[in-house]
Design a protein around this ligand. Structure first.
Ligand SMILES: O=C(O)CCC(=O)N[C@@H](CCC(=O)O)C(=O)O
Ligand SMILES: [Zn+2]
Length: 344
Protein backbone atom coordinates (compact mmCIF):
# COMPACT_ATOMS: atom_id res chain seq x y z
CA UNK A 1 0.00 0.00 0.00
CA UNK A 2 1.59 3.28 -1.19
CA UNK A 3 0.82 6.27 1.06
CA UNK A 4 0.27 8.54 -1.95
CA UNK A 5 -2.85 6.59 -2.89
CA UNK A 6 -3.94 5.53 0.58
CA UNK A 7 -6.36 6.85 3.17
CA UNK A 8 -4.36 8.22 6.17
CA UNK A 9 -6.25 6.03 8.67
CA UNK A 10 -6.04 2.87 6.57
CA UNK A 11 -2.36 3.39 5.91
CA UNK A 12 -1.60 4.11 9.59
CA UNK A 13 -3.47 0.99 10.71
CA UNK A 14 -1.61 -1.04 8.09
CA UNK A 15 1.63 0.16 9.73
CA UNK A 16 0.81 -0.01 13.47
CA UNK A 17 4.44 -0.46 14.47
CA UNK A 18 5.57 2.71 12.71
CA UNK A 19 7.62 3.35 9.59
CA UNK A 20 11.17 4.62 9.18
CA UNK A 21 10.91 6.14 5.72
CA UNK A 22 9.24 9.51 5.44
CA UNK A 23 6.90 10.73 2.70
CA UNK A 24 6.67 14.17 1.12
CA UNK A 25 3.97 15.49 -1.16
CA UNK A 26 3.22 18.99 -2.47
CA UNK A 27 -0.45 19.63 -3.17
CA UNK A 28 -1.71 21.75 -6.04
CA UNK A 29 -2.59 24.53 -3.58
CA UNK A 30 1.00 24.67 -2.35
CA UNK A 31 0.41 22.80 0.91
CA UNK A 32 3.37 20.59 1.79
CA UNK A 33 2.60 17.21 3.38
CA UNK A 34 5.24 15.36 5.38
CA UNK A 35 4.56 11.92 6.81
CA UNK A 36 6.95 11.59 9.73
CA UNK A 37 5.72 8.18 10.87
CA UNK A 38 2.65 6.01 10.84
CA UNK A 39 -0.21 8.23 12.04
CA UNK A 40 1.99 11.36 12.09
CA UNK A 41 1.22 13.81 9.28
CA UNK A 42 2.44 17.42 9.11
CA UNK A 43 0.63 19.77 6.71
CA UNK A 44 2.17 23.17 5.97
CA UNK A 45 0.32 25.72 3.82
CA UNK A 46 2.39 27.85 1.44
CA UNK A 47 1.52 30.93 3.54
CA UNK A 48 1.39 29.71 7.13
CA UNK A 49 -0.61 31.74 9.63
CA UNK A 50 0.03 32.54 13.28
CA UNK A 51 -1.10 29.24 14.77
CA UNK A 52 0.46 25.79 15.05
CA UNK A 53 -2.26 23.25 15.61
CA UNK A 54 -1.98 19.65 16.79
CA UNK A 55 -5.11 17.55 16.44
CA UNK A 56 -4.81 14.07 17.90
CA UNK A 57 -7.17 11.13 18.05
CA UNK A 58 -6.92 7.41 18.94
CA UNK A 59 -4.88 7.79 22.07
CA UNK A 60 -7.53 5.19 22.88
CA UNK A 61 -8.24 3.00 19.88
CA UNK A 62 -11.90 2.30 20.59
CA UNK A 63 -12.87 5.99 20.63
CA UNK A 64 -13.86 5.99 16.98
CA UNK A 65 -15.80 9.20 16.32
CA UNK A 66 -12.75 11.48 16.69
CA UNK A 67 -10.80 9.07 14.48
CA UNK A 68 -13.43 9.42 11.76
CA UNK A 69 -13.39 13.23 12.12
CA UNK A 70 -9.61 13.37 11.71
CA UNK A 71 -9.58 10.81 8.88
CA UNK A 72 -12.05 12.94 6.91
CA UNK A 73 -10.23 16.20 7.65
CA UNK A 74 -6.97 14.76 6.31
CA UNK A 75 -8.74 13.40 3.22
CA UNK A 76 -10.18 16.86 2.55
CA UNK A 77 -6.77 18.49 3.02
CA UNK A 78 -5.25 16.05 0.53
CA UNK A 79 -8.05 16.57 -2.00
CA UNK A 80 -7.73 20.36 -1.67
CA UNK A 81 -11.29 20.67 -0.31
CA UNK A 82 -9.91 21.85 3.05
CA UNK A 83 -7.33 24.58 2.40
CA UNK A 84 -5.17 25.06 5.49
CA UNK A 85 -4.21 28.47 6.84
CA UNK A 86 -1.91 27.20 9.61
CA UNK A 87 0.74 24.52 10.18
CA UNK A 88 -1.10 21.45 11.38
CA UNK A 89 0.03 18.14 12.87
CA UNK A 90 -2.53 15.37 12.47
CA UNK A 91 -1.93 12.45 14.85
CA UNK A 92 -3.47 9.00 14.98
CA UNK A 93 -1.83 8.21 18.27
CA UNK A 94 -2.24 4.46 18.71
CA UNK A 95 -3.01 2.61 15.45
CA UNK A 96 -2.30 -0.75 17.11
CA UNK A 97 -5.14 -0.17 19.57
CA UNK A 98 -7.47 0.72 16.68
CA UNK A 99 -6.61 -2.59 15.05
CA UNK A 100 -7.34 -4.33 18.37
CA UNK A 101 -10.62 -2.42 18.73
CA UNK A 102 -9.64 -1.66 22.30
CA UNK A 103 -8.80 1.31 24.55
CA UNK A 104 -5.18 0.14 24.54
CA UNK A 105 -3.11 -2.95 23.74
CA UNK A 106 -0.90 -3.30 26.83
CA UNK A 107 -1.11 -0.05 28.78
CA UNK A 108 -3.24 3.11 28.80
CA UNK A 109 -1.19 5.47 26.62
CA UNK A 110 -2.83 8.49 28.24
CA UNK A 111 -1.04 7.79 31.51
CA UNK A 112 2.41 7.64 29.89
CA UNK A 113 3.19 11.19 28.83
CA UNK A 114 5.49 13.77 30.42
CA UNK A 115 8.18 11.14 30.57
CA UNK A 116 6.11 8.55 32.44
CA UNK A 117 6.75 6.19 29.48
CA UNK A 118 10.35 5.85 30.69
CA UNK A 119 9.77 5.85 34.45
CA UNK A 120 9.72 2.09 34.90
CA UNK A 121 13.22 0.86 34.00
CA UNK A 122 13.10 -2.25 31.87
CA UNK A 123 9.38 -1.90 31.26
CA UNK A 124 8.93 -1.57 27.50
CA UNK A 125 5.75 -1.97 25.51
CA UNK A 126 4.33 -0.50 22.29
CA UNK A 127 2.34 2.21 24.12
CA UNK A 128 5.40 3.33 26.06
CA UNK A 129 7.57 3.42 22.94
CA UNK A 130 4.88 5.27 20.97
CA UNK A 131 4.18 7.82 23.73
CA UNK A 132 7.89 8.70 23.78
CA UNK A 133 7.86 9.17 20.00
CA UNK A 134 4.68 11.26 20.07
CA UNK A 135 6.27 13.60 22.60
CA UNK A 136 9.25 14.03 20.26
CA UNK A 137 7.03 14.63 17.23
CA UNK A 138 4.96 17.28 19.00
CA UNK A 139 8.07 19.09 20.27
CA UNK A 140 9.67 18.84 16.82
CA UNK A 141 6.50 20.19 15.20
CA UNK A 142 6.15 23.20 17.47
CA UNK A 143 9.83 24.09 17.37
CA UNK A 144 10.17 23.70 13.59
CA UNK A 145 8.44 27.02 12.93
CA UNK A 146 10.86 29.91 13.31
CA UNK A 147 8.61 32.21 15.29
CA UNK A 148 7.76 32.02 18.95
CA UNK A 149 4.85 34.35 18.41
CA UNK A 150 2.88 31.53 16.77
CA UNK A 151 0.09 30.32 19.05
CA UNK A 152 0.48 26.66 19.97
CA UNK A 153 -2.74 24.65 20.14
CA UNK A 154 -3.43 20.97 20.85
CA UNK A 155 -6.84 19.33 20.89
CA UNK A 156 -6.65 15.68 21.96
CA UNK A 157 -9.99 14.24 20.87
CA UNK A 158 -11.62 11.48 22.89
CA UNK A 159 -14.99 9.95 23.61
CA UNK A 160 -16.05 8.65 27.00
CA UNK A 161 -16.90 5.12 28.08
CA UNK A 162 -20.10 6.08 29.87
CA UNK A 163 -23.03 8.32 29.22
CA UNK A 164 -22.58 11.82 30.55
CA UNK A 165 -24.92 14.40 32.00
CA UNK A 166 -22.86 16.76 29.83
CA UNK A 167 -22.38 14.86 26.54
CA UNK A 168 -19.35 16.96 25.58
CA UNK A 169 -16.75 18.35 27.93
CA UNK A 170 -13.12 19.34 27.91
CA UNK A 171 -10.42 18.71 30.48
CA UNK A 172 -8.31 21.84 31.05
CA UNK A 173 -4.88 20.61 32.18
CA UNK A 174 -3.47 22.06 35.39
CA UNK A 175 -1.95 25.44 34.50
CA UNK A 176 0.24 25.93 37.61
CA UNK A 177 -1.41 29.23 38.39
CA UNK A 178 -1.49 30.66 34.85
CA UNK A 179 -4.82 32.21 33.79
CA UNK A 180 -7.35 30.41 31.65
CA UNK A 181 -8.05 31.50 28.08
CA UNK A 182 -11.35 33.17 27.16
CA UNK A 183 -10.65 32.56 23.48
CA UNK A 184 -10.10 28.86 24.07
CA UNK A 185 -13.32 28.59 26.08
CA UNK A 186 -15.16 30.37 23.27
CA UNK A 187 -13.65 28.07 20.64
CA UNK A 188 -14.63 25.01 22.69
CA UNK A 189 -18.15 26.42 23.07
CA UNK A 190 -18.37 26.70 19.27
CA UNK A 191 -17.29 23.04 19.16
CA UNK A 192 -20.37 22.30 21.28
CA UNK A 193 -18.24 21.92 24.42
CA UNK A 194 -19.52 24.21 27.17
CA UNK A 195 -18.57 22.04 30.13
CA UNK A 196 -15.01 22.47 31.35
CA UNK A 197 -13.23 20.30 33.90
CA UNK A 198 -10.30 22.04 35.57
CA UNK A 199 -7.55 19.67 36.63
CA UNK A 200 -5.91 20.79 39.87
CA UNK A 201 -2.66 18.88 39.60
CA UNK A 202 -0.19 17.62 36.99
CA UNK A 203 -1.16 14.45 35.14
CA UNK A 204 0.54 12.13 32.65
CA UNK A 205 -1.97 12.77 29.87
CA UNK A 206 -1.15 13.92 26.33
CA UNK A 207 -2.89 17.27 26.75
CA UNK A 208 -1.03 18.04 30.00
CA UNK A 209 2.27 17.24 28.21
CA UNK A 210 1.56 19.75 25.43
CA UNK A 211 0.34 22.32 27.94
CA UNK A 212 3.12 22.05 30.50
CA UNK A 213 6.10 21.01 28.34
CA UNK A 214 5.28 22.73 25.04
CA UNK A 215 3.42 25.81 26.35
CA UNK A 216 0.43 24.99 24.13
CA UNK A 217 -3.19 25.76 24.82
CA UNK A 218 -4.05 22.08 25.14
CA UNK A 219 -7.17 20.15 26.06
CA UNK A 220 -8.53 16.66 26.29
CA UNK A 221 -11.84 17.06 24.44
CA UNK A 222 -14.52 14.50 25.23
CA UNK A 223 -16.87 14.67 22.24
CA UNK A 224 -19.39 12.00 23.13
CA UNK A 225 -19.60 8.29 23.85
CA UNK A 226 -17.42 5.38 22.79
CA UNK A 227 -18.98 3.48 19.87
CA UNK A 228 -17.68 1.01 17.27
CA UNK A 229 -16.78 2.28 13.81
CA UNK A 230 -19.89 2.79 11.73
CA UNK A 231 -22.17 3.30 14.73
CA UNK A 232 -21.37 6.94 15.39
CA UNK A 233 -24.09 9.48 14.61
CA UNK A 234 -21.67 11.98 13.11
CA UNK A 235 -24.35 14.70 13.26
CA UNK A 236 -23.58 14.85 17.00
CA UNK A 237 -20.02 15.86 16.14
CA UNK A 238 -20.90 18.45 13.48
CA UNK A 239 -20.17 21.51 15.64
CA UNK A 240 -16.74 20.20 16.57
CA UNK A 241 -15.98 19.25 12.97
CA UNK A 242 -17.08 22.63 11.65
CA UNK A 243 -15.16 24.63 14.27
CA UNK A 244 -11.98 22.59 13.93
CA UNK A 245 -12.11 23.04 10.16
CA UNK A 246 -12.67 26.78 10.62
CA UNK A 247 -9.68 26.91 13.01
CA UNK A 248 -7.46 25.20 10.44
CA UNK A 249 -8.63 27.07 7.36
CA UNK A 250 -9.22 30.67 8.53
CA UNK A 251 -6.26 32.96 9.12
CA UNK A 252 -8.04 34.76 11.97
CA UNK A 253 -11.12 32.77 13.00
CA UNK A 254 -13.54 34.69 15.24
CA UNK A 255 -15.38 32.63 17.85
CA UNK A 256 -18.57 33.47 19.72
CA UNK A 257 -18.06 36.26 22.24
CA UNK A 258 -17.05 34.87 25.61
CA UNK A 259 -20.04 34.63 27.94
CA UNK A 260 -19.35 33.06 31.32
CA UNK A 261 -23.04 32.21 31.67
CA UNK A 262 -22.70 29.86 28.73
CA UNK A 263 -20.16 27.61 30.49
CA UNK A 264 -20.43 25.00 33.24
CA UNK A 265 -17.12 24.93 35.08
CA UNK A 266 -16.07 22.09 37.37
CA UNK A 267 -13.00 21.68 39.54
CA UNK A 268 -11.57 18.25 40.17
CA UNK A 269 -12.16 17.67 43.90
CA UNK A 270 -10.52 14.28 44.29
CA UNK A 271 -8.59 11.76 42.22
CA UNK A 272 -9.31 8.26 43.55
CA UNK A 273 -6.77 5.66 42.52
CA UNK A 274 -7.11 1.89 42.61
CA UNK A 275 -4.41 0.42 44.85
CA UNK A 276 -5.92 -2.98 45.70
CA UNK A 277 -7.19 -5.90 43.66
CA UNK A 278 -10.56 -5.68 45.46
CA UNK A 279 -11.18 -2.04 44.48
CA UNK A 280 -14.92 -1.57 43.91
CA UNK A 281 -17.26 1.18 42.82
CA UNK A 282 -20.50 1.29 44.79
CA UNK A 283 -22.79 2.57 42.11
CA UNK A 284 -24.16 1.04 38.94
CA UNK A 285 -22.13 0.73 35.75
CA UNK A 286 -24.67 2.84 33.89
CA UNK A 287 -24.39 5.86 36.19
CA UNK A 288 -23.47 8.76 33.90
CA UNK A 289 -20.49 11.07 34.18
CA UNK A 290 -21.29 14.22 36.20
CA UNK A 291 -23.97 12.43 38.27
CA UNK A 292 -24.23 14.19 41.67
CA UNK A 293 -24.24 12.21 44.91
CA UNK A 294 -25.35 13.08 48.43
CA UNK A 295 -22.79 13.87 51.13
CA UNK A 296 -21.79 10.70 52.96
CA UNK A 297 -22.77 8.32 50.15
CA UNK A 298 -20.27 5.52 49.59
CA UNK A 299 -18.59 5.86 46.20
CA UNK A 300 -15.81 3.28 46.29
CA UNK A 301 -13.84 0.93 48.47
CA UNK A 302 -10.19 0.09 48.02
CA UNK A 303 -9.15 -2.60 50.48
CA UNK A 304 -10.08 -1.14 53.91
CA UNK A 305 -10.37 2.41 52.57
CA UNK A 306 -13.85 3.85 52.04
CA UNK A 307 -14.39 6.81 49.75
CA UNK A 308 -17.52 8.76 50.59
CA UNK A 309 -18.95 11.92 49.12
CA UNK A 310 -17.41 14.83 51.03
CA UNK A 311 -18.93 17.90 49.41
CA UNK A 312 -22.54 18.79 48.54
CA UNK A 313 -23.34 17.97 44.91
CA UNK A 314 -19.97 16.26 44.41
CA UNK A 315 -20.14 14.51 41.05
CA UNK A 316 -18.30 11.56 39.51
CA UNK A 317 -16.29 11.46 36.29
CA UNK A 318 -14.50 8.64 34.44
CA UNK A 319 -15.41 5.82 36.87
CA UNK A 320 -13.50 2.66 35.91
CA UNK A 321 -12.84 -0.10 38.49
CA UNK A 322 -10.89 -2.11 35.93
CA UNK A 323 -7.94 0.25 35.66
CA UNK A 324 -4.49 -1.08 36.44
CA UNK A 325 -3.37 -1.00 40.06
CA UNK A 326 -2.08 2.46 40.84
CA UNK A 327 -4.11 4.20 38.16
CA UNK A 328 -7.01 6.59 38.39
CA UNK A 329 -10.33 4.80 38.94
CA UNK A 330 -12.54 7.82 39.56
CA UNK A 331 -12.52 11.60 39.61
CA UNK A 332 -14.95 13.62 41.68
CA UNK A 333 -15.75 17.19 40.72
CA UNK A 334 -17.65 20.17 42.10
CA UNK A 335 -19.17 22.97 40.06
CA UNK A 336 -17.75 26.45 40.55
CA UNK A 337 -19.03 29.78 39.20
CA UNK A 338 -17.35 30.65 35.92
CA UNK A 339 -16.96 34.18 37.28
CA UNK A 340 -14.38 32.75 39.74
CA UNK A 341 -11.98 31.89 36.94
CA UNK A 342 -8.90 34.02 36.37
CA UNK A 343 -9.32 34.64 32.65
CA UNK A 344 -7.31 36.45 29.98
O1 LIG B 1 -14.62 7.47 29.90
C1 LIG B 1 -13.58 7.25 30.52
O2 LIG B 1 -13.54 6.65 31.63
C2 LIG B 1 -12.26 7.75 29.98
C3 LIG B 1 -12.40 8.60 28.74
C4 LIG B 1 -11.01 9.08 28.45
O3 LIG B 1 -10.22 8.42 27.82
N1 LIG B 1 -10.70 10.20 29.12
C5 LIG B 1 -9.34 10.63 29.21
C6 LIG B 1 -9.29 11.88 30.07
C7 LIG B 1 -7.89 12.44 30.06
C8 LIG B 1 -7.77 13.64 30.98
O4 LIG B 1 -8.12 13.51 32.17
O5 LIG B 1 -7.29 14.69 30.48
C9 LIG B 1 -8.50 9.54 29.87
O6 LIG B 1 -9.03 8.89 30.79
O7 LIG B 1 -7.35 9.37 29.46
ZN1 LIG C 1 -9.93 8.41 25.68
Amino acid sequence: MNFADADFLAWSCAHPDGVADQFHQRLDNGTELQLWDSGVLVAEPAQAGDKQVVISCAVHGNETAPIELLRDMVADVRSGKLQLAHRTLFLIANPASINAGRRFVEENMNRLFSGEHSNAPGMINPERERAAKLEQYVQQFYSAAEADEKTRLHYDLHTAIRDSAHEKFAVYPFLHGKPYSKEQLSFLRDCGVTTILLNQEPTTTFSYFSSAHCQAHAFTVELGKVKPFGENDMRRFADADRSLRRLLSESAPQWSAFDSDKHQIYEVARTINRTQQDFRLHFADDVANFTPFQQGELLATDGDIEYRVEQPQERIIFPNAKVAIGQRALLTVVEIPAQRLQLV
